[in-house]
Design a protein around this ligand. Structure first.
Ligand SMILES: [Zn+2]
Length: 545
């Protein structure tokens, strides 16, 4: 007995127009696609009026931090995701040794408010997942932050030859184990200390196994082209490796249109030259990240509370925060802004920023969640000036402050980037168990269909589904997923175009979406009428070179 999906509108992921047909699933595969397949005692799903699409593939997700506890992966599978790629942005639960456990993971625990178990290598992590069972297919990158920290700890210096060789060995071993490539997070410690040369050397190993280099670039703001993309392209070229831009963003207060067009031209030019460069994008005009990870210099973490409490050291921290903010947000400002003395800018920049930032989740004080950072600091520290209040807030929350900041422009930047044929949507989800999170963890994929296909009509449904399915499958090199064709794996989602949407808000991000009726993972019904069935039929996907 199989599963027979009757009379749905099949949009097969290839980009071609939809057609009404039946689909028969046997075991974990699509057995037959044709009109009027005999019912023959199969389990029937009546799909009249519904869209039948390949399961969505989320190519940028931080699920590794919580997936062993949240192995039903409701947040992801209920929005139609059947495969995701984790251990991105250079951060992940493997590989890890004592150095990673002792030092480096202080950052990640603080940054993401999670303290997951760590694994010596990808194989051990795969084994733990296979023993536990998961409801979604999982693919993993090798997080370069871990690789560096395994060898260098918190040493921010350049790697010497023997250290580099040890890092290469870790990359090689984990590529052999089935990782899809190397991910970097070059704004975060310890990846921020890596030189381009170091990344090229590691990427050469990735290239030997036909994996890809996936980067949260060193700069996504005014320096997105000159610093971020230029470095990524040079790595792609010198290591002869496929390269992928994580959550491609062009963030600028003043030059959205110009910078975005330049960014697109640059990638299109090097692609024409023959470089294999792709990108994903989060489909919200804001970013969700850890406030302390983004603002505090790496050395502060060596003695987090001590450094943040010492009056002299506080002065140095304030200066370094200002320098960071200046290079992130003001280096592309018009000339007249640059004439303003820095001490005056300094007075302005923290109030300006803190009004633009919303606290989504904090470790201790939950009652300020959903408020702007400006409001939160004024409520919690009414007698302090804003800069001191901010440093005290870091201490009191032990660094665990997750924020969103509105920083992108949908018209001038997001849609033009997304229109490029090699750009796919991603969730960039961070799940914090039992706590609030950004709505994208639960609704990124329904949102992009609702907003850009149904409501604004910027993309056809066929093109959007191609971007959610066969495009990421091809970046990952998954030959048996991402399209609905006879013989392929049966990862399928059924949804209603008129109903599909996210439901999460900044105050309550943890809400399942509307309009996703069925999700089938490797031939098993995992979501039925919008509800998780408890089935754990996901697979750990291993890259084959
Ligand atoms: Zn990132």
């Amino acid at each position: 007995m199989g599963i027979l999906i009757k009379k749905g509108l099949l949009i097969d992921g290839s980009g071609v127009s939809g057609r009404i047909t039946d689909i028969l699933i046997q075991d974990d595969k699509i057995l037959q696609i044709s009109r009027d397949i005999k019912e023959d005692g199969h389990n029937i799903i009546e799909a009249t009026g519904k869209i039948v699409s390949p399961g969505f593939i989320d190519i940028h997700n931080h699920a590794d931090l919580t997936i062993l506890e949240a192995n039903k992966a409701e947040a992801f599978v209920e929005q139609g995701i059947t495969t995701l790629l984790a251990c991105v942005c250079g951060i992940g639960v493997a590989p890890a040794n004592e150095k990673v456990k002792q030092y480096y993971f202080n950052f990640v625990n603080k940054a993401f408010c999670s303290s997951p178990d760590l694994y010596e290598n990808m194989s051990k992590f795969y084994q733990a997942l296979e023993e536990k069972g998961v409801s979604i297919n999982l693919a993993f990158m090798i997080p370069q932050g871990n690789v560096r920290a395994c060898i260098m700890g918190t040493n921010t210096g350049l790697a010497n030859e023997s250290e580099l060789n040890e890092m290469k060995k870790i990359v090689r071993d984990n590529m052999k184990a089935g990782a899809f490539g190397l991910s970097t997070g070059l704004v975060y410690p310890p990846g921020s200390s890596s030189s381009t040369e170091e990344l090229i050397e590691l990427s050469k190993i990735v290239s030997e196994y036909n994996g890809f280099y996936d980067s949260h670039m060193r700069n996504e703001g005014a320096g997105v082209i000159d610093i971020g993309m230029t470095e990524l392209i040079s790595i792609a070229r010198k290591a002869n490796v496929r390269a992928h831009i994580s959550h491609w963003s062009v963030i600028s207060r003043y030059k959205y249109k110009e910078l975005t067009l330049k960014a697109i031209n640059l990638i299109n030019t090097v692609r024409e030259e023959g470089l294999n460069i792709t990108a994903d994008m989060t489909v919200y005009d804001d970013g969700f990240t850890s406030l302390s990870f983004v603002l505090l210099p790496t050395w502060v973490y060596d003695d987090f509370k001590g450094n943040l409490s010492d009056p002299e050291i506080r002065k140095r921290i304030k200066k370094e925060i200002f320098d960071k903010l200046y290079s992130m947000f003001l280096s592309d400002a018009p000339f007249f802004m640059k004439l303003i003395p820095r001490f005056l800018l300094k007075k302005k920049i923290i109030p300006l920023l803190s009004k633009a930032v919303v606290v989504i989740y904090a470790l201790k004080n939950h009652d300020v969640e959903g408020k702007t950072l400006f409001e939160a600091l004024n409520i919690l520290y009414p007698d302090k000036d804003l800069e001191d209040a901010l440093l005290d807030y870091f201490i009191d929350e032990e660094g665990g402050i997750m924020i969103r900041i509105q920083q992108k422009n949908e018209e001038l930047s997001m849609i033009p980037l997304f229109k490029q044929e090699y750009v796919c949507p991603s969730s960039d989800a961070v799940l914090i168990l039992g706590r609030n999170t950004h709505p994208r963890a639960f609704g990124a994929f329904p949102r992009v269909i609702a907003r850009w296909v149904r409501e604004r009509n910027v993309f056809s449904l066929e093109e959007m589904i191609r971007k959610m399915t066969s495009l990421p499958a091809s970046i990952l090199g998954l030959k048996d997923r991402g399209v609905i064709q006879e013989g392929k794996k049966a990862d399928i989602v059924l949804f209603e175009l008129e109903k599909i949407n996210e439901r999460g808000t900044l105050q309550n991000g943890c809400q399942p979406p509307l309009g996703i009726d069925y999700v089938i993972v490797n031939g098993q019904i995992t979501v039925e009428n919008g509800e998780h069935t408890g089935i754990l039929n996901g697979k750990i996907l291993k890259h084959k070179s």
